[in-house]
Design a protein. Structure first.
Length: 237
C-alpha cells in the first residue's frame, strides 16, 4: 500500500477504528444500532500506517469513509450523521426540544464526568487524586439528577435508558466512557456508591450493561486496563 492510496471497501461505509478507543466505539455503536452494514479498518495507534494521514490528517480515530468517498471525522459528528442519514432507525427524536435536551445531557456528561476519569489516573499526588475523584462523583450525581428529570418526561418513559426502553443516541454517545470506570477501580479503587443519590445512574448503567448495544462492542477488562497503563501516574506517598 503506497502513501498515495488507502484501503476502503467499495460502495460501502468504512470505519477506521481502534477497538479499545471509546470514541471509535461510539461510531461503531451508531452503525450497529441503526443496523447499517459497514467495513472496519483497524488502526494501530502505536504504529499508524503511513497512508492514514490521507484519511484523517489529525491521525485520530474514528474516521468514516462514506460510499461516495466523503471522509468524516469526530465520533459525535459521525454518530449524528448516521442518525440523520438513517432516520428510520430512530436514534434521535424528531422533536427539536427533545433533541436539545439530549444534547445538553451529553454535554453535561462530557464536561462533568469524562475529564475526571483520566484526571484521576494521571494525578500522582494523593490530594489531586482525591479532588479528581470528588469531581467525578459530583459529575455522576449531576448525571443522575438529569436522568431522574428525563424519566419524568414523556420521552423518558420512566427509563431505564434516556428514551425509556430504547437503547439510543445517549447510550451510543456515552456508555464507552462509563466502561472506562473499570480502570478507575483497578488503579485508584474508585467505584460509584450504591446509594440513593446515585440510584438513577446505577439503574441506567445496569440496563445498558446487559444490552447488545453495549456488550457487542465492549472492551474486555484486561486489555482495557493495560491500554490505559501509560497514562497512570505512580502515587506519591
Amino acid at each position: 500500500m503506497s502513501a498515495t492510496t488507502y484501503p476502503f471497501k467499495e460502495n460501502a461505509y468504512t470505519i477506521y477504528s481502534y477497538a479499545l478507543c471509546p470514541y471509535a466505539q461510539r461510531a461503531i455503536r451508531a452503525f450497529n444500532i441503526a443496523k447499517v452494514p459497514y467495513a472496519v479498518e483497524e488502526i494501530d495507534l502505536k504504529n499508524k500506517p503511513d497512508w492514514y494521514h490521507l484519511v484523517n490528517p489529525q491521525l485520530k480515530v474514528p474516521a468514516l469513509r462514506t460510499p461516495d468517498g466523503t471522509i468524516l471525522i469526530e465520533s459525535l459528528v459521525i454518530a449524528e450523521f448516521v442518525a440523520d442519514q438513517f432516520p428510520e432507525a430512530g436514534l434521535l427524536s424528531t422533536n427539536a426540544i427533545e433533541r436539545a435536551q439530549l444534547r445538553l445531557f451529553i454535554e453535561l456528561f462530557n464536561t462533568r464526568v469524562t475529564p475526571f476519569i483520566l484526571g484521576s489516573l494521571t494525578s500522582a499526588e494523593v490530594e489531586d487524586q482525591k479532588k479528581a475523584e470528588e469531581s467525578l462523583l459530583a459529575g455522576i450525581r449531576a448525571v443522575n439528577d438529569e436522568l431522574e428529570i428525563q424519566w419524568k418526561r414523556s420521552s423518558g418513559k420512566g427509563g431505564p435508558f434516556w428514551y425509556g426502553d430504547k437503547f439510543g443516541f445517549a447510550e451510543i454517545a456515552l456508555v464507552s466512557f462509563v466502561g472506562l470506570f473499570v480502570t478507575l477501580r483497578h488503579y485508584r479503587n474508585v467505584v460509584v456508591p450504591e446509594t440513593e443519590e446515585y440510584a438513577a445512574f446505577n439503574k441506567w448503567k445496569t440496563a445498558f450493561s446487559k444490552h447488545p448495544g453495549f456488550t457487542d462492542v465492549k472492551s474486555e477488562d484486561a486489555p482495557l486496563i493495560e491500554n490505559v497503563r501509560k497514562y497512570v501516574a505512580e502515587t506519591k506517598n
